[in-house]
Design a protein around this ligand. Structure first.
Ligand code: HEC
Ligand code: HEC
Ligand SMILES: [Ca+2]
Ligand SMILES: [Ca+2]
Ligand SMILES: [Ca+2]
Length: 445
């Protein structure tokens, strides 16, 4: 007991400004505030927040069913409307156990979880964001189709390996994806087609991220790097379909969606071919009701966030210190406060997501060359790192970064470039035992 207390105090000391004022009892940081759950199993990303009212727990249950519902081509008694073209048949099909996706392409039992977004660099924009659709594809390639319908294309994925070394001489190998798209129509691809390969991100804790005031994020932004630390960070600006106006972006790997309702409605429409109140058929009808859409949205908003583990492990404590001294926290912000939200359980929570939700130029290493809203081809939104250590507990073949190129956390760090090149070089220069400590800290999240 005494030992635990002392180590707790040490943790506060090493984290500089701790959770509480000096002298206050060391409270372990609760990753998701009152929505935090104590579960480090393969189901850790699929638990309701423990602070839900009885009524909201019931709404969560209904949402869970909506998220799992497998759609079929209509007309059918249950869940009709799939297609005509699509990528997968349920939200759950891509967001398996709500974790990071597995980078597997093809039509086997594990269907595509990756998406390919496309657009043209020039031409007449057909989108309020100024994007130009690709003839035959629009903005997303659907590689599945209902019986008797031709999918837009087949998509194949190959990995290219490149070798590198840490400063101490230890070798590593990094892989990056090479995507080939073959149109089913037999047409040739436009020569300058821009492509962005995207892996499903985890879907818990998103209500909390939605509840962070935009002013909080604006305060973290430093678009012109006025403080001269080499890190800028800015909000994306995207089209809000319901409001018919530009809005700050927050969700998706390039923060290309303004809120969870639009992100989910786009998923129904583009990923599953299901028209809905936000994206109706041309005649204004839709294949799911507003209630179904709201149920799926509420599910993502009301999941619990797993608590950190091994807080007093000395290796973890040392790794956390390195995380801070290498400047990882310049983007992966440990602590944010939520503001107001329609879901009362999310309001005014002190959370530890390790993100600023801002776009950063990650350099040519990670660039896809495809602008998205105000994001350039080299900018990506800092992903939250909470629950990171559970990624491969939840799904053994899950991978990291926007296209799943990183098989391990070391690889994810080694890909950092642009604004984060200094942090990466700091990591490359660490001793093997310090690198292991940093990764041990990430595993404790
Ligand atoms: C074909 C696979 C696929 C299907 C089906 C799918 N998603 Fe996704 N989802 C993704 C990918 C890939 C992303 C990242 C998109 C991006 O970066 O633009 C994503 C992103 C999200 C996000 C944003 C997460 C974040 O951290 O920003 C939410 C929320 C979400 N999906 C909910 C849903 C819901 C609800 C459904 C069902 C209606 C669904 N998804 C169906 C692949 C899928
Ligand atoms: C300049 C901002 C910035 C800094 C500094 C930074 N990161 Fe990141 N980090 C990002 C962005 C943006 C991504 C997503 C890049 C992508 O997917 O292409 C990312 C992705 C990651 C991922 C993968 C997460 C996932 O969900 O796949 C890990 C792990 C990570 N960073 C750890 C670190 C560590 C450790 C450091 C310090 C050595 C660090 N980062 C420094 C911005 C930053
Ligand atoms: Ca349909
Ligand atoms: Ca398409
Ligand atoms: Ca700065």
């Amino acid at each position: 007991m005494r030992r635990a207390l002392m180590l707790g105090a040490l943790l506060l000391w090493t984290t500089g400004c701790g959770e509480e004022a000096p002298g206050a009892p060391a409270e372990p940081p609760r990753a998701g505030g009152a929505t935090t759950i104590d579960d480090r199993t393969s189901l850790a990303f699929a638990q309701p927040a423990p602070n839900l009212t009885a009524e909201d727990a019931e709404r969560h249950r209904v949402g869970d069913a909506a998220f799992e519902a497998v759609f079929v081509p209509g007309p059918a008694v249950i869940n009709p409307g799939l297609g005509p073209v699509y990528n997968n048949t349920s939200c759950n099909g891509c967001h398996l156990r709500n974790g990071r996706g597995m980078p597997v392409m093809g039509t086997g039992p594990q269907r595509t979880q990756l998406l390919v977004r496309v657009s043209l660099p020039d031409g007449t924009p057909d989108h309020p964001n100024g994007s130009v659709p690709v003839p035959g594809f629009g903005f997303q390639v659907q590689d599945q189709a209902n019986y008797g319908v031709q999918p837009e294309a087949s998509v194949a994925l190959e990995w290219v390996e490149t070798q590198g070394r840490y400063a101490d001489g230890m070798a590593y190998s990094l892989r990056s994806p090479k995507v080939s798209i073959t149109p089913k129509s037999g047409a040739t691809l436009p020569e300058r087609m821009l492509m962005s390969l995207r892996l499903p991100p985890p879907v818990f804790g998103l209500g909390l991220l939605e509840a962070v005031d935009v002013s909080t994020l604006q305060a973290l932004a430093d678009p012109d790097d006025r403080n001269g630390d080499g890190v800028s960070g800015r909000l994306n600006e995207v089209w809000d379909v319901a409001a018919q106006a530009l809005a700050p972006g927050r969700f998706g790997w390039k923060a290309n969606s303004p809120h969870l309702r639009q992100q989910s409605a786009e998923a129904y429409f583009n990923d599953m071919g299901i028209s809905n109140p936000l994206f109706p058929e041309q005649d204004g009808t839709h294949e799911i009701t507003r209630d179904t859409l709201e149920a799926a949205v509420f599910y993502a908003q009301s999941l619990g966030v797993p608590a950190r583990t091994a807080l007093s492990d000395l290796e973890v404590v040392r790794g956390e210190k390195l995380f801070k001294s290498l400047g990882c926290e310049q983007c992966h912000r440990e602590t944010l406060e939520t503001g107001t939200h329609t879901v009362a359980e999310l309001v005014h929570q002190r959370i530890h997501p390790y993100t600023d939700l801002l776009l950063h130029d990650m350099g040519p290493e990670l660039a896809d060359g495809r602008p998205d809203g105000a994001a350039t081809g080299a900018e990506w939104r800092t992903p939250a790192l909470w629950g990171l250590g559970l990624t491969q507990t939840v799904l053994p073949y899950a991978a990291f970064l926007h296209d799943g190129r990183a098989r391990t956390l070391e690889e994810a760090i080694l890909w950092h470039g642009g604004e984060s090149a200094a942090a990466r070089e700091g990591f490359r220069g660490l001793s093997a035992s310090d690198r292991a400590a940093l990764v041990e800290f990430l595993h404790s999240l």
